[in-house]
Write a new protein. Structure first.
Length: 410
């Protein structure tokens, strides 16, 4: 059992070496590193007995037929894009666990086909809108996204072409519900609940709904020495006040609000900032709670701006509403966890977003979480225990065989 877990971790290391930066991991949608990662993953899929293709959205796919060719498929997978300065397990570990499950089941006649998908974009690092790979698969594509641009001004449509993909062929990636049985994903927890409870695995009940915004405060730039405080319209101080208010409101209403990026313009040490651009990531278990706090943040932004002689704007970049995991698939994941000796699996909602939020539009989904050290993620310190990976592989395999047994009875 542990040699397979070690193989999975070695492969995570190999994937982590494919980065656009020499000293840290960053691999974004439709980059040369994405192409290299797809090729590496395709090789591992083939070794596991899957026939492979890259779909029209850049997702790397592999398929193993079931007892008879052409059966609807159970999808297993996760994503292989990363945040800036990422850890090596967020997404990648789920893809490699899925490949290993397929490898284990290659000589079993399953009542469904098994497909592994390495989604091309879950994080949204390059184009600001996340889940582009899984939304393509689910057929919930919005043609307005073609005009999204990255930090170098390259549009999503251009990036598709540079990657060798044809935007006109995107519908080729869409799946139909009748082609699918469901979607299962394994992922590190990205939080401390499992570690604090001294447990290895959990089943996910639902995923928090998230919205992301670009916020802008506009004032007037001026001389840092010559402009008295009562004549300043300092955009960065106004933005900073709102950042503190976002944290206060989020804590008060038990939602999760984060400002992860902020930039002041024109950016001179001796120039009062005339413009501040900053991000907002807002999540909650329930969309109504999230949206109520969003309204409060908006009102606070306007009030701060008016008090300081600034203007405040917010532009939505991304929205994914909360989704609930399917009860049957969840029961299969629980059975898988039980097969590892855990008779009473922990169950809780995911604070992090996952491809299942998009895939659910076309097929039901459920998720398996495994413990990560300190609950740390979106950081190079991400770490997992080899024994936990072995347990996750056992549970993930058990979930698939449980589903197979149920389907065979139908
Ligand atoms: C994905 O990692 C997210 O930000 O939830
Ligand atoms: Mn992530
Ligand atoms: Mn992830």
């Amino acid at each position: 059992m542990t040699p397979e877990a070690r193989l999975i971790l070695d492969r995570c290391d190999e994937l982590a070496a494919i980065s656009s930066a020499p000293d840290r991991l960053e691999r974004v949608h439709l980059s040369p590193e994405h192409a290299a990662a797809n090729a590496l993953v395709a090789g591992w899929m083939e070794e596991a007995g899957l026939s492979t293709w890259q779909d029209a959205a850049g997702n790397q796919c592999g398929r193993m037929e079931g007892a008879t060719p052409g059966l609807p498929a159970l999808l297993l997978g996760s994503h292989i894009d990363t945040v800036p300065d990422a850890g090596r397990y967020d997404g990648m570990l789920g893809v490699l666990l899925a490949i290993q499950v397929a490898s284990r089941l290659r000589s079993v006649d399953l009542p469904f086909a098994l497909e592994v998908v390495a989604f091309s974009d879950e994080e949204g690092t390059r184009f600001g809108t996340a889940l582009l790979g899984s939304r393509a698969l689910a057929g919930t594509w919005d043609d307005e996204w073609w005009n999204l641009t990255d930090k170098d001004g390259i549009s999503l449509a251009e990036a598709f072409q540079d990657f060798g993909l044809d935007p006109a062929r995107l519908p080729g990636a869409f799946r139909r519900p009748e082609q699918l049985v469901g979607y299962l994903e394994a992922h590190i927890e990205q939080g401390p609940i499992l570690e604090d409870a001294d447990r290895r695995l959990a089943v996910v009940t639902s995923i928090a709904g998230a919205r992301r915004f670009e916020l802008v405060m506009t004032g007037k730039a001026g001389h840092a020495g010559g402009t008295p405080f009562d004549r300043r319209r300092d955009a960065l101080v106004g933005a900073s006040e709102l950042v503190v208010e976002i944290e206060r409101l989020s804590k008060q209403h038990e939602v999760i609000g984060t400002v992860g990026r902020m930039q002041a313009f024109p950016g001179g040490v001796n120039v009062i900032p005339g413009r501040a651009e900053f991000s907002l990531d807002l999540r909650a278990e329930f969309d109504d709670d999230r949206d109520a706090v969003l309204q409060a943040i908006h009102d606070a932004g306007l009030a701060i701006a008016s008090r300081r002689g600034l203007e405040f704007e917010q532009h939505e970049l991304y929205r994914a509403d909360a989704v609930v995991c399917d009860l049957d698939l969840r029961a299969a994941v629980e059975a898988g966890i039980r097969s590892t000796g855990d008779s009473d699996p922990l169950a809780f909602w995911s604070r992090a977003g996952h491809d299942g939020m998009a895939v659910v539009a076309v097929t039901p989904f459920a998720m398996l979480f495994l413990r990560c050290r300190g609950g740390v993620s979106h950081h190079p310190d991400e770490s997992v225990l080899v024994g936990d990976v072995a347990a996750a592989l056992e549970a993930f395999t058990g979930a698939v065989t449980t589903l197979a047994a149920r389907h065979a009875q139908r």
